[in-house]
Design a protein around this ligand. Structure first.
Ligand code: SF4
Ligand code: SF4
Length: 681
């Protein structure tokens, strides 16, 4: 079984990728980590770059020289990389460059539900949208070919459920990467002069408006499917062909036509209803139809429903879509995030005067936000196509009457699921800082030192975002990576009497914090920058960064010093302190907050998950003295450490006491310092 991100990695290695760079971000992080395992065998250079922008720029250099490059990131990382990405679209590449930007419907672990398909259109870069790991494996290879054919970067846009799904595939034979290219000087090509951009814009427009829509209409990734057809194909495809080429979600999902062959053309002879989908939504849709057909064997509508599958959302396969619309005057579109397919169909209807009603997110048939599921789609189809009867030419109920309230559908789905599935709902488990996390000590020290003062606490993206949770409640804002330092400047310039703090991790400091520090010093801000240095990129899986002294090539290199960077920029004072030494930490906060300029506190203590590797020895779990504990719960209410729980045991005065979960406690001692009666030893 191969995970979607591993499939993407294998596809890139199979394509002979020479250089891979990226910045960690769920759901994309495993791609580089998997490639790194094979770097000796293939000779591929791999790096975690400081941020996505740097990653794209590193890759561009190699690609200009003719080498194949892969850049990985999550969708919001594409914003960081947008500057070089937009320019590369115009300048172009020589060696194939594939940018994997993983989208996160839900969102499950992201700030937004940004849709990379729209970014592809915005940046004029062709985009592939896999619906399964096996498709992703094939698409990434095809993306390299397309990139070199048209000298353009190409985007591969998987979503979380494709990145993290597992599928049975044959593990490919890996060979050394392609021979690296040599850079040939050609300023007319590689320097982005305005005149060159003007000419390239015309060329790109022609490619995206005239060439690729036609080419993509004949691609195996864009097809017209019915359940009947895919069942037929499934029955004639051997096991070995099915592996690595056919998507399966659950046991009843039929395959896509990704095994190749001529794309299907619209067939209106069956008189059934028409649907469209892309990415993982296609798999959900086909499974929903399959279930409906099983539940209603006499109703041919589900079996004969025409499904337009879109695997290349940009440029849109216009001729194929137009044929589909001419054959089906009503189409319902299922897709997550933005209504990209839906809007393209609406646009084509107007552009070519094709009378076709398009249903989807824009008229409320499909939920406008969050993930889709098989159950949600099934309920929508059942409701919108009462009894499964919608003829292609008939005047069915208009969009309003056919509209299904998406929320209601979702709610009903839950209740119907509850009826058939006796498993209880899982308890909600909000994310929390680990027991023994040094960030807890840092936040608590600032909170103690600034009690009663007018403050603003600007947070950032990483584990320390969890400092917002009660009882710490130490994050007032969180926008995007690196924004903590710059937002604190905004607060200061607006209210100079406010104590402005920013909280940023060591990896994020390198990713996008340094520029904020430069801006703060240059523009005469007054703020305290708290760098929570736990010696790793913790939240995404402990990737190394420039401050750790290790590269993804396994080299031990000189650590880049955060204090020296701060000093060079002009920050003062710069105080390094152990967040578990609360007395010194509180003093440090008070000192730094009285500075008239930009000051910094580096709270230095390793993440508990990497501490052992770094030679750090934990003191051992603490315990509560039953005789001393007065049951005041101050330890729980001030720190929120998950190792602290209310016990069933009562003290001599009949008061319920606190107990410490020894399997979680690292012995950090914070709670011992908080306890008013020294009951924790
Ligand atoms: S351990 Fe100390 S702080 Fe916690 S409940 Fe007991 S007395 Fe209160
Ligand atoms: S010593 Fe206290 S605060 Fe630290 S991990 Fe153990 S229970 Fe949590």
């Amino acid at each position: 079984m191969i995970m979607g991100n591993q499939a993407i990695a294998l596809g890139a290695l199979k394509a002979g990728v020479n250089l891979v760079a990226g910045y960690p971000g769920t759901p994309s992080s495993e791609i580089i980590e998997f490639i790194s395992k094979y770097k000796e065998k293939t000779g591929t250079y791999v790096e975690w770059s400081v941020n996505e922008k740097a990653a794209v720029e590193v890759a561009a250099g190699a690609s200009y020289a003719g080498s194949r490059t892969l850049v990985t990131m999550k969708q919001v990382g594409l914003n960081v990389a947008s500057d070089p990405v937009m320019c590369l679209s115009y300048v172009g590449v020589k060696g194939g460059m594939v940018i994997v930007s993983a989208d996160d419907p839900g969102p499950i672990s992201s700030q937004t539900e940004q849709d990379t398909r729209n970014f592809a259109q915005f940046s004029k870069i062709p985009c592939f949208d896999p619906s399964t790991p096996a498709e992703a494996y094939q698409m990434v290879q095809e993306a390299f070919e397309l990139s070199e054919k048209y000298n353009t970067p190409v985007i591969l846009r998987p979503t979380t459920r494709v990145d993290h799904a597992y599928e049975s595939m044959d593990f490919p034979e890996l060979e050394p990467c392609r021979t690296r290219g040599t850079f040939e000087k050609d300023s007319q090509r590689w320097v982005i002069f305005p005149r060159a951009s003007y000419l390239n814009h015309k060329r790109i427009f022609d490619r995206n408006q005239n060439i690729l829509p036609q080419e993509f209409s004949n691609s195996k990734w864009n097809t017209i499917e019915t359940l009947e057809r895919v069942f037929e194909k499934n029955s004639v495809v051997s096991d070995s062909e099915r592996r690595g080429s056919l998507p399966l979600v659950g046991t009843s999902l039929p395959p896509t036509p990704s095994s190749g062959g001529t794309p299907q053309r619209p067939d209106s002879s069956k008189g059934s209803f028409a649907l469209a989908a892309g990415g993982i939504s296609y798999c959900y849709l086909m499974e929903a139809l399959s279930i409906l057909q099983t539940e209603h064997p006499d109703n041919e509508s589900y079996k004969n429903a025409q499904v337009l599958k879109i695997g290349t959302p940009y440029p849109f396969p216009e001729p194929l879509a137009c044929d589909f619309m001419r054959a089906n005057p009503e189409i319902t579109v299922f897709e997550e995030l933005d209504p990209v397919i839906e809007q393209n169909l609406v646009f084509l209807s107007g552009k070519y005067g094709i009378p076709c009603k398009i249903h989807g997110k824009l008229n409320g048939i499909v939920p406008e936000a969050g993930e889709l599921t098989v159950e949600i789609i099934k309920e929508i189809i059942k409701k919108a196509f009462a009894n499964g009867v919608v003829s292609t030419g008939s005047t069915t109920a208009d969009a309003t009457s056919a509209t299904v309230n998406a929320d209601a559908a979702t709610a009903e789905t839950s209740s119907s699921t509850a009826g058939t599935n006796s498993a209880p709902d899982l308890p909600v488990r909000p994310p929390v800082l680990c027991a023994g996390c040094p960030h807890r000590g840092a936040f608590y020290a600032v909170k103690q030192a600034m009690k009663g003062k007018k403050t603003a606490y600007c947070g950032d993206i990483g584990c320390y975002t969890l400092g917002n949770a009660k009882p710490l409640d130490m994050t007032d804002t969180c926008l995007c990576m690196g924004a903590d330092i710059t937002m604190a400047q905004g607060f200061y310039h607006n209210e100079p009497d406010r104590y402005c703090f920013s909280f940023i991790g060591d990896s994020t400091f390198f990713a996008s914090g340094i520029t904020g520090v430069v801006n703060a010093v240059y523009n005469q801000s007054k703020q305290v920058i708290c760098i929570l240095d736990n010696s790793t990129t913790a939240m995404t899986g402990h990737q190394p960064h420039p401050g750790t002294g290790v590269t993804m090539m396994g080299e031990i290199v000189e650590k880049i010093s955060i204090p020296k960077i701060l000093e060079a920029i002009g920050v003062k004072p710069i105080i390094e302190v152990d967040p578990f030494d609360q007395q010194k930490a509180v003093e440090a906060v008070k000192t730094a907050s009285e500075s008239d300029s930009v000051s910094a506190i580096i709270f230095k203590s390793p993440c508990i998950s990497v501490a052992a590797k770094l030679g750090y020895k934990f003191p051992g779990a603490r315990s509560v003295d039953v005789q001393k504990c007065i049951g005041c719960q101050k330890c729980i209410k001030e720190l929120g450490c998950p190792a602290l729980n209310m016990s069933l045991t009562k003290n001599a005065k009949g008061k319920q006491i606190v107990e410490i979960d020894k399997s979680l406690c690292t012995g950090c001692g914070l709670c011992a310092g908080v306890c008013p009666v020294k009951a924790i030893g």
